[in-house]
Design a protein around this ligand. Structure first.
Ligand code: HEC
Length: 230
């Protein structure tokens, strides 16, 4: 293969291997785009607060330990803050809701799923979470009770009662609720893959090293062949 052909094939391989972002869930409705930065400690911490204050009333994130909230630099809580959050729970315990599956079944007809890896498990990831939280509407056909009709949930009927109070909120609260939804989406996107930032940094170093290596080898080749007559 000639060099030019090789470069074209290599470039095509890179382009086609890029992740194609999902814009629609199974219902086919285009998701809203969440402004989420999984390297932004402030946003992730705000999201953690929404998670512990609101979501943990029903959901767990069993793969996230209280210790993790100190150890991941992207969260970096102090020991005091973690102690306050965990109460009697051991440092190594996962974040588990007080709501028992039996009670959840009775109250909502369903056990709320664990949210540790929800953004990896659902198409659209953080966009999906954000869209669901801000997707509560009055059912245009009047069939699904208020608080259970959701534009973005497949089938439009969700067993989760509108957790942020999006339906019928005051206009003046829109920006704040919207922000809370994006922040908790950022927190969930971070915990679903807490080493993603580390991997990116390593990736950048590896690429830099490879580029340098190619340059050095190129120069070396020139040097080695310089006296050979073609
Ligand atoms: C009052 C209980 C309750 C609270 C509080 C609550 N949820 Fe839920 N949630 C549920 C239930 C029940 C379901 C299952 C819905 C279904 O399958 O119909 C659910 C489902 C979900 C789903 C959809 C999962 C899927 O299967 O696609 C997401 C995402 C979600 N919750 C995120 C959150 C977030 C984020 C918060 C906090 C802002 C939160 N929930 C607060 C009860 C709750």
């Amino acid at each position: 293969m000639k060099l030019k052909q090789f470069l074209i094939v290599a470039a095509a391989a890179v382009v086609f291997s890029l992740p194609i972002s999902a814009h629609a869930n199974e219902g086919g409705v285009a998701l809203k785009h969440a402004e989420v930065d999984v390297t932004d400690q402030k946003q992730i911490r705000r999201g953690l607060t929404v998670f512990t204050d609101v979501c943990m009333g029903c959901h767990s994130a069993v793969y996230v330990t209280y210790k993790g909230l100190m150890d991941y630099p992207e969260i970096g809580l102090s020991r005091e803050a973690v102690d306050e959050l965990r109460g009697e729970h051991p440092l190594a315990a996962g974040m588990v809701t007080d709501l028992s599956p039996e009670d959840a079944e009775v109250s909502y007809g369903k056990v709320p799923p664990d949210l540790s890896i929800i953004t990896s498990a659902r198409r659209g990831g953080a966009d999906y979470v954000y869209s669901i939280l801000t997707g509560f509407e009055h059912d245009p056909h009047g069939k699904v009770p208020d608080g259970n009709f959701n534009e973005y949930f497949p089938g439009n009927r969700i067993a989760m009662p509108d957790p942020l109070g999006w339906l019928d909120h005051d206009e003046s609260d829109t920006a704040e609720l919207d922000q809370q939804a994006q922040d908790v989406a950022a927190f969930l996107a971070f915990i679903a893959d807490p080493h993603q930032n580390e991997r990116h940094t390593i990736g950048v170093w590896v690429m830099g090293f490879l580029i340098l290596l190619v340059i050095v080898l190129g120069l070396l080749k020139k040097e080695v062949w310089k006296d050979v007559k073609h």
